[in-house]
Design a protein around this ligand. Sequence first.
Ligand code: MSP
Length: 526
Amino acid sequence: MKKRFYITTPIYYPSAKLHIGHAYCTVLSDILARYNRMIGKEVYFLTGSDEHGQKIAENAAKAGKTPQQFADDIVKTFKDLWEKLEITNDQFIRTTDPKHVAAVQKIFSKLLEQGDIYLGSYEGWYCTPCESFWTSTQVGEEKLCPDCGRSVHLASEESYFFKTDKYVDGLLKKYEEIPNFITPVARKNEMINTFIKPGLSDLAVSRTSIDWGISVKENERHVVYVWVDALINYISALGYLSEDDKLFHKFWQSDDVEIVQILGADITRFHTIYWPMILKALGLRQADRYFVHGLLMMKDGKMSKSKGNVIDPLPLIEKYGVDAVRYYLAREIVFGSDGQFTPEQFVERFNVDLVNDFGNLLNRTVTMIEKYCESVIPFYKGQITPFDREIEELALDVVKEYKANFDDLKVTEAIISAFKLISASNKYIDNTKPWELNAQGKKEELDAAMNHLANNLYISAILLQPVLVNAPQELFKQLGVPIELQDFKLLNKYGVLGGQKVSKGDPLFPRLKVNEEVEHIKNLMK
Ligand code: MSP
Protein backbone atom coordinates (compact mmCIF):
# COMPACT_ATOMS: atom_id res chain seq x y z
CA MET A 1 0.00 0.00 0.00
CA LYS A 2 1.37 3.40 -0.96
CA LYS A 3 1.53 5.79 1.97
CA ARG A 4 0.30 8.89 0.18
CA PHE A 5 -2.76 9.64 -1.90
CA TYR A 6 -3.23 12.56 -4.29
CA ILE A 7 -6.77 13.04 -5.52
CA THR A 8 -8.03 15.68 -7.94
CA THR A 9 -11.41 16.76 -9.28
CA PRO A 10 -11.75 18.62 -12.56
CA ILE A 11 -11.68 22.36 -12.02
CA TYR A 12 -15.04 24.00 -12.67
CA TYR A 13 -15.90 26.72 -15.13
CA PRO A 14 -17.23 29.73 -13.28
CA SER A 15 -19.85 30.18 -15.97
CA ALA A 16 -23.04 29.11 -14.33
CA LYS A 17 -24.48 28.19 -11.02
CA LEU A 18 -23.25 24.83 -9.86
CA HIS A 19 -25.96 22.19 -9.95
CA ILE A 20 -26.16 18.84 -8.28
CA GLY A 21 -24.28 17.21 -11.16
CA HIS A 22 -21.21 19.31 -10.36
CA ALA A 23 -21.57 18.59 -6.68
CA TYR A 24 -21.60 14.90 -7.54
CA CYS A 25 -17.99 14.82 -8.72
CA THR A 26 -16.67 16.81 -5.79
CA VAL A 27 -18.62 14.87 -3.17
CA LEU A 28 -17.43 11.54 -4.53
CA SER A 29 -13.83 12.75 -4.60
CA ASP A 30 -14.22 14.00 -1.04
CA ILE A 31 -15.50 10.60 0.04
CA LEU A 32 -12.39 8.99 -1.44
CA ALA A 33 -10.15 11.56 0.22
CA ARG A 34 -11.80 10.97 3.59
CA TYR A 35 -11.61 7.20 3.22
CA ASN A 36 -7.91 7.30 2.42
CA ARG A 37 -7.22 9.58 5.39
CA MET A 38 -9.21 7.23 7.57
CA ILE A 39 -7.09 4.22 6.64
CA GLY A 40 -3.98 6.16 7.55
CA LYS A 41 -2.69 7.61 4.28
CA GLU A 42 -1.36 11.10 3.90
CA VAL A 43 -3.84 12.67 1.52
CA TYR A 44 -3.75 15.76 -0.65
CA PHE A 45 -7.08 16.68 -2.21
CA LEU A 46 -7.27 19.33 -4.92
CA THR A 47 -10.17 21.12 -6.54
CA GLY A 48 -10.53 24.54 -8.11
CA SER A 49 -11.79 26.73 -10.92
CA ASP A 50 -11.03 26.97 -14.63
CA GLU A 51 -11.35 30.66 -15.36
CA HIS A 52 -10.00 31.44 -18.82
CA GLY A 53 -11.47 31.11 -22.31
CA GLN A 54 -14.02 32.60 -24.60
CA LYS A 55 -17.06 31.34 -22.74
CA ILE A 56 -16.13 33.08 -19.49
CA ALA A 57 -15.20 36.27 -21.35
CA GLU A 58 -18.59 36.30 -23.11
CA ASN A 59 -20.55 35.65 -19.93
CA ALA A 60 -18.61 38.32 -18.07
CA ALA A 61 -19.36 40.85 -20.81
CA LYS A 62 -23.05 39.98 -20.63
CA ALA A 63 -22.98 40.54 -16.89
CA GLY A 64 -21.20 43.88 -17.37
CA LYS A 65 -18.13 42.74 -15.43
CA THR A 66 -14.50 42.10 -16.23
CA PRO A 67 -13.75 38.40 -16.60
CA GLN A 68 -11.72 38.50 -13.40
CA GLN A 69 -14.50 40.18 -11.40
CA PHE A 70 -16.99 37.77 -12.87
CA ALA A 71 -14.85 34.77 -11.93
CA ASP A 72 -14.15 36.16 -8.44
CA ASP A 73 -17.87 36.46 -7.74
CA ILE A 74 -18.72 32.98 -8.95
CA VAL A 75 -15.76 31.33 -7.27
CA LYS A 76 -17.11 32.65 -3.95
CA THR A 77 -20.31 30.69 -4.55
CA PHE A 78 -18.30 27.53 -5.35
CA LYS A 79 -16.35 27.81 -2.15
CA ASP A 80 -19.54 28.34 -0.22
CA LEU A 81 -21.12 25.24 -1.72
CA TRP A 82 -18.05 23.11 -1.00
CA GLU A 83 -18.11 24.31 2.58
CA LYS A 84 -21.78 23.40 2.96
CA LEU A 85 -21.04 19.96 1.52
CA GLU A 86 -18.14 19.67 3.98
CA ILE A 87 -15.63 19.10 1.22
CA THR A 88 -12.19 18.62 2.75
CA ASN A 89 -10.01 19.86 -0.11
CA ASP A 90 -6.48 20.87 0.84
CA GLN A 91 -6.27 23.53 -1.84
CA PHE A 92 -8.58 25.42 -4.18
CA ILE A 93 -6.55 26.28 -7.27
CA ARG A 94 -7.65 29.05 -9.60
CA THR A 95 -6.20 29.22 -13.08
CA THR A 96 -5.84 32.96 -12.56
CA ASP A 97 -3.49 32.36 -9.59
CA PRO A 98 -0.08 33.84 -10.47
CA LYS A 99 1.70 30.59 -9.63
CA HIS A 100 -0.51 28.72 -12.10
CA VAL A 101 -0.02 31.35 -14.81
CA ALA A 102 3.76 31.14 -14.36
CA ALA A 103 3.76 27.34 -14.52
CA VAL A 104 1.68 27.32 -17.72
CA GLN A 105 4.03 29.78 -19.40
CA LYS A 106 7.13 27.84 -18.35
CA ILE A 107 5.65 24.55 -19.53
CA PHE A 108 4.68 26.08 -22.86
CA SER A 109 8.19 27.47 -23.33
CA LYS A 110 9.77 24.15 -22.41
CA LEU A 111 7.63 22.20 -24.87
CA LEU A 112 8.30 24.78 -27.58
CA GLU A 113 12.01 24.62 -26.97
CA GLN A 114 11.98 20.82 -27.06
CA GLY A 115 10.13 20.82 -30.37
CA ASP A 116 6.98 19.20 -28.98
CA ILE A 117 5.09 22.39 -29.87
CA TYR A 118 5.33 24.11 -33.30
CA LEU A 119 3.60 27.02 -35.02
CA GLY A 120 1.05 26.25 -37.75
CA SER A 121 -2.45 27.21 -38.73
CA TYR A 122 -5.71 25.67 -37.94
CA GLU A 123 -9.03 25.26 -39.65
CA GLY A 124 -11.78 23.31 -38.04
CA TRP A 125 -15.21 23.22 -36.47
CA TYR A 126 -15.25 25.00 -33.15
CA CYS A 127 -17.63 24.41 -30.28
CA THR A 128 -17.61 27.50 -28.06
CA PRO A 129 -19.29 25.96 -24.98
CA CYS A 130 -16.74 23.10 -24.99
CA GLU A 131 -13.85 25.27 -26.20
CA SER A 132 -12.97 22.47 -28.65
CA PHE A 133 -12.04 22.15 -32.28
CA TRP A 134 -13.44 19.18 -34.20
CA THR A 135 -12.87 17.68 -37.65
CA SER A 136 -15.67 17.51 -40.25
CA THR A 137 -16.02 13.75 -39.69
CA GLN A 138 -16.46 14.32 -36.01
CA VAL A 139 -19.17 16.97 -36.36
CA GLY A 140 -21.01 15.00 -39.08
CA GLU A 141 -23.52 16.44 -41.52
CA GLU A 142 -25.52 18.11 -38.81
CA LYS A 143 -22.43 20.02 -37.65
CA LEU A 144 -22.92 19.18 -34.00
CA CYS A 145 -20.32 18.92 -31.28
CA PRO A 146 -19.66 15.22 -30.48
CA ASP A 147 -19.31 16.06 -26.77
CA CYS A 148 -22.25 18.33 -26.00
CA GLY A 149 -24.44 18.03 -29.11
CA ARG A 150 -24.59 21.78 -29.72
CA SER A 151 -23.92 23.53 -33.06
CA VAL A 152 -20.35 24.21 -34.04
CA HIS A 153 -18.97 26.88 -36.38
CA LEU A 154 -16.10 26.94 -38.86
CA ALA A 155 -13.07 28.75 -37.53
CA SER A 156 -9.56 29.29 -38.75
CA GLU A 157 -6.55 30.75 -37.03
CA GLU A 158 -2.79 30.64 -36.66
CA SER A 159 -2.04 28.29 -33.84
CA TYR A 160 0.67 26.45 -32.00
CA PHE A 161 0.30 22.68 -32.11
CA PHE A 162 1.33 19.90 -29.82
CA LYS A 163 2.76 16.93 -31.75
CA THR A 164 0.90 13.83 -30.78
CA ASP A 165 2.46 11.22 -33.06
CA LYS A 166 5.58 10.94 -30.92
CA TYR A 167 3.52 9.90 -27.89
CA VAL A 168 0.61 7.91 -29.20
CA ASP A 169 2.28 4.48 -29.21
CA GLY A 170 3.57 4.96 -25.70
CA LEU A 171 0.09 5.91 -24.58
CA LEU A 172 -1.49 2.82 -26.12
CA LYS A 173 1.18 0.70 -24.45
CA LYS A 174 0.34 2.29 -21.11
CA TYR A 175 -3.38 1.57 -21.68
CA GLU A 176 -2.50 -2.05 -22.34
CA GLU A 177 0.00 -2.59 -19.56
CA ILE A 178 -2.04 -1.01 -16.78
CA PRO A 179 -5.55 -2.37 -17.05
CA ASN A 180 -7.10 0.06 -14.58
CA PHE A 181 -5.32 3.19 -15.83
CA ILE A 182 -8.73 4.31 -17.14
CA THR A 183 -11.84 2.86 -15.56
CA PRO A 184 -14.58 1.94 -16.26
CA VAL A 185 -12.80 0.11 -19.06
CA ALA A 186 -15.53 1.01 -21.57
CA ARG A 187 -14.27 4.61 -21.39
CA LYS A 188 -10.79 3.49 -22.33
CA ASN A 189 -12.12 1.53 -25.30
CA GLU A 190 -14.11 4.56 -26.35
CA MET A 191 -10.91 6.64 -26.40
CA ILE A 192 -9.10 4.04 -28.48
CA ASN A 193 -11.90 3.45 -30.97
CA THR A 194 -13.33 6.95 -31.32
CA PHE A 195 -10.22 9.08 -31.15
CA ILE A 196 -6.95 7.20 -31.36
CA LYS A 197 -7.59 4.53 -34.00
CA PRO A 198 -9.12 6.88 -36.61
CA GLY A 199 -5.88 8.89 -36.34
CA LEU A 200 -5.12 11.55 -33.80
CA SER A 201 -4.37 15.00 -35.16
CA ASP A 202 -1.92 17.31 -33.45
CA LEU A 203 -3.61 19.34 -30.76
CA ALA A 204 -4.02 23.09 -31.30
CA VAL A 205 -2.66 24.52 -28.06
CA SER A 206 -3.01 28.27 -28.56
CA ARG A 207 -5.59 30.77 -29.78
CA THR A 208 -5.29 34.20 -31.33
CA SER A 209 -9.02 34.89 -31.49
CA ILE A 210 -9.41 35.54 -27.78
CA ASP A 211 -7.42 37.40 -25.22
CA TRP A 212 -8.84 36.21 -21.89
CA GLY A 213 -6.18 33.63 -21.23
CA ILE A 214 -2.55 33.06 -20.39
CA SER A 215 -0.38 34.66 -23.02
CA VAL A 216 2.35 32.75 -24.79
CA LYS A 217 5.55 34.51 -23.75
CA GLU A 218 7.28 33.90 -27.07
CA ASN A 219 4.41 35.31 -29.11
CA GLU A 220 2.02 37.54 -27.22
CA ARG A 221 -0.69 37.44 -29.87
CA HIS A 222 -1.42 33.93 -28.68
CA VAL A 223 -3.03 32.74 -25.49
CA VAL A 224 -2.65 29.16 -24.30
CA TYR A 225 -5.64 26.99 -25.21
CA VAL A 226 -7.90 26.85 -22.17
CA TRP A 227 -7.85 23.06 -21.94
CA VAL A 228 -4.06 22.90 -21.80
CA ASP A 229 -4.05 25.77 -19.32
CA ALA A 230 -6.64 23.92 -17.19
CA LEU A 231 -5.01 20.49 -17.15
CA ILE A 232 -1.78 21.99 -15.88
CA ASN A 233 -3.57 22.94 -12.63
CA TYR A 234 -2.99 19.41 -11.34
CA ILE A 235 0.74 20.08 -11.09
CA SER A 236 0.92 23.87 -10.85
CA ALA A 237 -1.09 23.60 -7.63
CA LEU A 238 1.74 21.49 -6.22
CA GLY A 239 4.35 24.07 -7.16
CA TYR A 240 5.77 22.44 -10.30
CA LEU A 241 8.52 24.65 -11.79
CA SER A 242 8.20 27.09 -8.91
CA GLU A 243 10.65 27.91 -6.15
CA ASP A 244 8.62 25.97 -3.64
CA ASP A 245 8.02 22.57 -5.20
CA LYS A 246 7.98 20.46 -2.03
CA LEU A 247 4.37 19.40 -2.55
CA PHE A 248 5.12 18.47 -6.13
CA HIS A 249 7.89 16.13 -5.07
CA LYS A 250 5.76 14.68 -2.29
CA PHE A 251 2.46 14.20 -4.11
CA TRP A 252 3.38 13.84 -7.74
CA GLN A 253 6.94 12.94 -8.52
CA SER A 254 7.26 10.15 -5.97
CA ASP A 255 6.74 6.40 -5.98
CA ASP A 256 5.11 6.56 -2.57
CA VAL A 257 2.04 8.34 -3.83
CA GLU A 258 -1.00 6.94 -5.55
CA ILE A 259 -2.37 9.58 -7.93
CA VAL A 260 -6.07 9.33 -8.70
CA GLN A 261 -7.75 11.79 -11.04
CA ILE A 262 -11.54 11.88 -11.02
CA LEU A 263 -13.46 13.29 -13.98
CA GLY A 264 -16.83 13.20 -15.68
CA ALA A 265 -17.47 11.20 -18.82
CA ASP A 266 -17.78 14.35 -20.95
CA ILE A 267 -14.13 15.30 -20.45
CA THR A 268 -12.39 11.95 -20.80
CA ARG A 269 -10.54 12.79 -24.00
CA PHE A 270 -8.46 15.64 -22.62
CA HIS A 271 -7.63 13.84 -19.41
CA THR A 272 -6.75 10.45 -20.76
CA ILE A 273 -5.19 11.25 -24.14
CA TYR A 274 -3.58 14.68 -24.18
CA TRP A 275 -2.79 15.11 -20.50
CA PRO A 276 -0.74 11.89 -20.25
CA MET A 277 1.07 12.96 -23.43
CA ILE A 278 1.93 16.35 -21.95
CA LEU A 279 3.20 14.68 -18.79
CA LYS A 280 5.33 12.33 -20.86
CA ALA A 281 6.73 15.24 -22.86
CA LEU A 282 7.64 16.97 -19.60
CA GLY A 283 9.40 13.81 -18.42
CA LEU A 284 7.07 13.46 -15.46
CA ARG A 285 5.45 10.38 -14.01
CA GLN A 286 1.89 9.45 -14.94
CA ALA A 287 -1.15 9.39 -12.68
CA ASP A 288 -2.05 5.89 -11.51
CA ARG A 289 -5.73 6.03 -12.30
CA TYR A 290 -8.25 8.05 -14.21
CA PHE A 291 -11.68 7.32 -12.85
CA VAL A 292 -14.44 8.43 -15.17
CA HIS A 293 -17.76 8.92 -13.43
CA GLY A 294 -21.09 9.00 -15.19
CA LEU A 295 -23.35 11.98 -15.65
CA LEU A 296 -26.23 12.75 -13.42
CA MET A 297 -29.31 13.29 -15.55
CA MET A 298 -32.90 14.18 -14.90
CA LYS A 299 -35.93 12.20 -16.08
CA ASP A 300 -36.10 14.41 -19.17
CA GLY A 301 -32.41 14.18 -19.98
CA LYS A 302 -29.55 16.54 -19.27
CA MET A 303 -30.01 19.18 -16.63
CA SER A 304 -30.48 22.53 -18.26
CA LYS A 305 -31.88 25.90 -17.36
CA SER A 306 -34.13 25.99 -20.41
CA LYS A 307 -35.75 22.68 -19.48
CA GLY A 308 -36.27 23.99 -15.95
CA ASN A 309 -34.96 20.78 -14.45
CA VAL A 310 -31.84 21.99 -12.72
CA ILE A 311 -31.52 21.06 -9.11
CA ASP A 312 -29.48 23.28 -6.84
CA PRO A 313 -27.85 21.31 -4.02
CA LEU A 314 -28.06 24.16 -1.48
CA PRO A 315 -31.78 24.03 -0.66
CA LEU A 316 -31.51 20.23 -0.45
CA ILE A 317 -28.70 20.51 2.08
CA GLU A 318 -30.62 23.13 4.04
CA LYS A 319 -33.77 21.04 4.25
CA TYR A 320 -32.47 17.47 4.53
CA GLY A 321 -28.95 17.93 5.82
CA VAL A 322 -25.55 17.42 4.28
CA ASP A 323 -25.49 13.71 5.11
CA ALA A 324 -28.68 13.08 3.14
CA VAL A 325 -27.29 14.76 0.02
CA ARG A 326 -23.88 13.10 0.23
CA TYR A 327 -25.45 9.72 0.88
CA TYR A 328 -27.89 10.02 -1.98
CA LEU A 329 -25.22 10.99 -4.49
CA ALA A 330 -22.82 8.24 -3.48
CA ARG A 331 -25.35 5.46 -3.02
CA GLU A 332 -28.00 6.04 -5.64
CA ILE A 333 -25.78 6.74 -8.63
CA VAL A 334 -23.37 3.86 -9.06
CA PHE A 335 -19.92 5.47 -9.23
CA GLY A 336 -18.85 4.97 -12.84
CA SER A 337 -22.34 4.75 -14.37
CA ASP A 338 -24.78 7.41 -15.48
CA GLY A 339 -27.56 8.09 -13.04
CA GLN A 340 -30.82 9.91 -12.71
CA PHE A 341 -31.90 12.34 -10.05
CA THR A 342 -35.51 11.87 -9.05
CA PRO A 343 -37.23 13.43 -6.02
CA GLU A 344 -39.00 10.11 -5.38
CA GLN A 345 -35.72 8.21 -5.10
CA PHE A 346 -34.16 10.91 -2.98
CA VAL A 347 -36.95 10.63 -0.42
CA GLU A 348 -37.07 6.84 -0.61
CA ARG A 349 -33.33 6.37 -0.06
CA PHE A 350 -33.54 8.68 2.90
CA ASN A 351 -36.48 6.90 4.50
CA VAL A 352 -35.47 3.33 3.72
CA ASP A 353 -31.72 3.34 4.26
CA LEU A 354 -31.05 6.16 6.66
CA VAL A 355 -34.24 6.29 8.72
CA ASN A 356 -35.46 2.67 8.77
CA ASP A 357 -32.30 0.65 8.50
CA PHE A 358 -29.57 2.73 10.10
CA GLY A 359 -31.24 5.29 12.38
CA ASN A 360 -33.81 2.86 13.66
CA LEU A 361 -31.21 0.24 14.50
CA LEU A 362 -29.43 2.72 16.73
CA ASN A 363 -32.68 3.76 18.32
CA ARG A 364 -33.78 0.20 19.07
CA THR A 365 -30.35 -0.78 20.36
CA VAL A 366 -29.96 2.16 22.72
CA THR A 367 -33.53 1.70 24.00
CA MET A 368 -32.86 -1.98 24.75
CA ILE A 369 -29.50 -1.34 26.40
CA GLU A 370 -31.15 1.27 28.61
CA LYS A 371 -33.97 -1.08 29.48
CA TYR A 372 -32.15 -4.38 29.87
CA CYS A 373 -28.60 -3.43 30.84
CA GLU A 374 -28.91 -0.31 32.95
CA SER A 375 -27.62 1.79 30.06
CA VAL A 376 -24.21 0.11 29.94
CA ILE A 377 -23.03 -1.89 26.92
CA PRO A 378 -22.25 -5.39 28.23
CA PHE A 379 -18.63 -6.54 27.77
CA TYR A 380 -17.79 -8.78 24.85
CA LYS A 381 -17.65 -12.41 25.95
CA GLY A 382 -17.35 -14.22 22.63
CA GLN A 383 -19.92 -16.06 20.59
CA ILE A 384 -22.70 -17.25 22.84
CA THR A 385 -25.28 -18.27 20.22
CA PRO A 386 -24.93 -19.41 16.58
CA PHE A 387 -26.43 -16.03 15.62
CA ASP A 388 -23.43 -14.37 17.27
CA ARG A 389 -20.99 -16.44 15.27
CA GLU A 390 -22.79 -15.73 12.04
CA ILE A 391 -22.94 -11.97 12.57
CA GLU A 392 -19.31 -11.72 13.68
CA GLU A 393 -18.13 -13.53 10.59
CA LEU A 394 -20.26 -11.25 8.48
CA ALA A 395 -18.90 -8.15 10.22
CA LEU A 396 -15.29 -9.13 9.57
CA ASP A 397 -16.08 -10.00 5.94
CA VAL A 398 -17.90 -6.72 5.48
CA VAL A 399 -14.88 -4.73 6.66
CA LYS A 400 -12.63 -6.59 4.20
CA GLU A 401 -15.07 -6.27 1.33
CA TYR A 402 -15.61 -2.59 2.09
CA LYS A 403 -11.88 -1.93 2.04
CA ALA A 404 -11.34 -3.87 -1.19
CA ASN A 405 -14.15 -1.89 -2.82
CA PHE A 406 -12.90 1.48 -1.64
CA ASP A 407 -9.30 0.71 -2.60
CA ASP A 408 -10.62 -0.03 -6.07
CA LEU A 409 -12.59 3.28 -6.08
CA LYS A 410 -15.90 1.40 -5.95
CA VAL A 411 -17.59 3.87 -3.65
CA THR A 412 -21.19 2.73 -4.14
CA GLU A 413 -20.25 -0.90 -3.64
CA ALA A 414 -18.34 -0.01 -0.46
CA ILE A 415 -21.47 1.65 0.95
CA ILE A 416 -23.53 -1.39 0.00
CA SER A 417 -21.01 -3.54 1.90
CA ALA A 418 -21.42 -1.40 5.03
CA PHE A 419 -25.21 -1.60 4.80
CA LYS A 420 -25.03 -5.41 4.67
CA LEU A 421 -24.01 -5.31 8.30
CA ILE A 422 -26.80 -2.88 9.14
CA SER A 423 -29.52 -5.03 7.60
CA ALA A 424 -28.03 -8.21 9.07
CA SER A 425 -28.14 -6.54 12.48
CA ASN A 426 -31.81 -5.70 12.07
CA LYS A 427 -32.40 -9.38 11.23
CA TYR A 428 -30.24 -10.36 14.20
CA ILE A 429 -32.76 -8.60 16.45
CA ASP A 430 -35.60 -10.58 14.87
CA ASN A 431 -33.63 -13.81 15.34
CA THR A 432 -32.37 -13.33 18.87
CA LYS A 433 -35.60 -11.70 20.15
CA PRO A 434 -33.96 -9.85 23.07
CA TRP A 435 -37.37 -9.15 24.72
CA GLU A 436 -37.91 -12.93 25.04
CA LEU A 437 -34.38 -13.47 26.36
CA ASN A 438 -35.16 -10.82 28.94
CA ALA A 439 -38.52 -12.34 29.87
CA GLN A 440 -36.88 -15.76 30.20
CA GLY A 441 -34.03 -14.38 32.31
CA LYS A 442 -31.38 -15.53 29.80
CA LYS A 443 -28.90 -12.91 30.91
CA GLU A 444 -25.79 -14.24 29.17
CA GLU A 445 -27.50 -14.44 25.79
CA LEU A 446 -29.20 -11.09 26.26
CA ASP A 447 -25.88 -9.43 27.12
CA ALA A 448 -24.25 -11.01 24.09
CA ALA A 449 -27.05 -9.73 21.86
CA MET A 450 -26.72 -6.18 23.20
CA ASN A 451 -22.95 -6.27 22.85
CA HIS A 452 -23.14 -7.51 19.28
CA LEU A 453 -25.68 -4.88 18.29
CA ALA A 454 -23.60 -2.09 19.79
CA ASN A 455 -20.46 -3.38 18.11
CA ASN A 456 -22.15 -3.70 14.74
CA LEU A 457 -23.44 -0.15 14.94
CA TYR A 458 -19.98 1.04 15.91
CA ILE A 459 -18.40 -0.74 12.94
CA SER A 460 -21.05 0.57 10.55
CA ALA A 461 -20.58 4.12 11.78
CA ILE A 462 -16.83 3.96 11.24
CA LEU A 463 -17.37 2.56 7.75
CA LEU A 464 -19.86 5.25 6.86
CA GLN A 465 -17.68 8.12 8.08
CA PRO A 466 -16.28 9.04 4.67
CA VAL A 467 -19.84 9.50 3.37
CA LEU A 468 -21.82 10.73 6.36
CA VAL A 469 -20.14 13.56 8.18
CA ASN A 470 -22.61 14.04 11.06
CA ALA A 471 -24.55 10.84 11.79
CA PRO A 472 -21.54 8.70 12.85
CA GLN A 473 -20.54 11.36 15.39
CA GLU A 474 -24.06 11.41 16.81
CA LEU A 475 -24.02 7.61 16.95
CA PHE A 476 -20.69 7.61 18.81
CA LYS A 477 -22.19 10.08 21.27
CA GLN A 478 -25.24 7.94 21.92
CA LEU A 479 -23.16 4.77 22.32
CA GLY A 480 -20.53 6.52 24.43
CA VAL A 481 -17.69 5.67 22.02
CA PRO A 482 -14.58 7.64 23.06
CA ILE A 483 -12.45 9.30 20.42
CA GLU A 484 -9.60 6.80 20.70
CA LEU A 485 -11.94 4.00 19.68
CA GLN A 486 -13.17 5.87 16.59
CA ASP A 487 -10.44 4.24 14.58
CA PHE A 488 -10.74 2.14 11.44
CA LYS A 489 -7.61 0.16 12.38
CA LEU A 490 -9.44 -1.36 15.34
CA LEU A 491 -11.93 -3.08 13.07
CA ASN A 492 -9.73 -6.06 12.29
CA LYS A 493 -10.82 -7.55 15.60
CA TYR A 494 -14.42 -7.98 16.71
CA GLY A 495 -15.76 -6.87 20.08
CA VAL A 496 -14.10 -3.51 20.70
CA LEU A 497 -17.07 -2.00 22.53
CA GLY A 498 -18.09 -3.02 26.03
CA GLY A 499 -18.56 -1.09 29.26
CA GLN A 500 -19.56 2.22 27.65
CA LYS A 501 -22.57 4.11 28.92
CA VAL A 502 -25.23 4.80 26.31
CA SER A 503 -27.55 7.78 26.24
CA LYS A 504 -30.46 8.13 23.94
CA GLY A 505 -30.57 11.16 21.68
CA ASP A 506 -32.67 12.33 18.78
CA PRO A 507 -33.19 9.90 15.90
CA LEU A 508 -30.24 10.08 13.50
CA PHE A 509 -32.62 10.98 10.67
CA PRO A 510 -36.24 12.18 10.97
CA ARG A 511 -38.72 10.25 8.83
CA LEU A 512 -39.88 12.20 5.78
CA LYS A 513 -43.50 12.43 4.66
CA VAL A 514 -43.15 11.06 1.16
CA ASN A 515 -45.75 13.04 -0.82
CA GLU A 516 -45.03 16.31 0.89
CA GLU A 517 -41.27 16.12 0.38
CA VAL A 518 -41.45 14.87 -3.20
CA GLU A 519 -43.66 17.86 -3.97
CA HIS A 520 -41.24 20.17 -2.17
CA ILE A 521 -38.26 18.93 -4.21
CA LYS A 522 -40.23 19.15 -7.45
CA ASN A 523 -40.91 22.78 -6.66
CA LEU A 524 -37.21 23.37 -6.16
CA MET A 525 -36.65 22.17 -9.70
CA LYS A 526 -38.91 24.74 -11.31
N1 MSP B 1 -13.37 23.16 -16.74
C1 MSP B 1 -13.54 21.86 -17.26
C2 MSP B 1 -12.67 20.85 -16.56
C3 MSP B 1 -11.20 21.13 -16.64
S1 MSP B 1 -10.28 19.98 -15.73
C4 MSP B 1 -8.72 20.25 -16.14
C5 MSP B 1 -15.01 21.43 -17.07
N2 MSP B 1 -15.70 22.14 -16.18
S2 MSP B 1 -17.27 21.94 -15.86
O1 MSP B 1 -17.60 22.90 -14.87
O2 MSP B 1 -18.02 21.97 -17.08
O3 MSP B 1 -17.41 20.50 -15.30
C6 MSP B 1 -16.72 20.09 -14.14
C7 MSP B 1 -17.03 18.65 -13.82
O4 MSP B 1 -18.41 18.49 -13.52
C8 MSP B 1 -16.74 17.67 -14.96
O5 MSP B 1 -16.10 16.51 -14.48
C9 MSP B 1 -18.09 17.29 -15.46
O6 MSP B 1 -18.11 15.99 -15.98
C10 MSP B 1 -18.89 17.37 -14.18
N3 MSP B 1 -20.32 17.51 -14.44
C11 MSP B 1 -20.97 18.51 -15.09
N4 MSP B 1 -22.29 18.18 -15.18
C12 MSP B 1 -22.49 16.98 -14.61
C13 MSP B 1 -23.59 16.16 -14.40
N5 MSP B 1 -24.81 16.48 -14.81
N6 MSP B 1 -23.37 14.99 -13.76
C14 MSP B 1 -22.14 14.61 -13.27
N7 MSP B 1 -21.10 15.37 -13.46
C15 MSP B 1 -21.22 16.55 -14.13
O7 MSP B 1 -15.44 20.51 -17.72
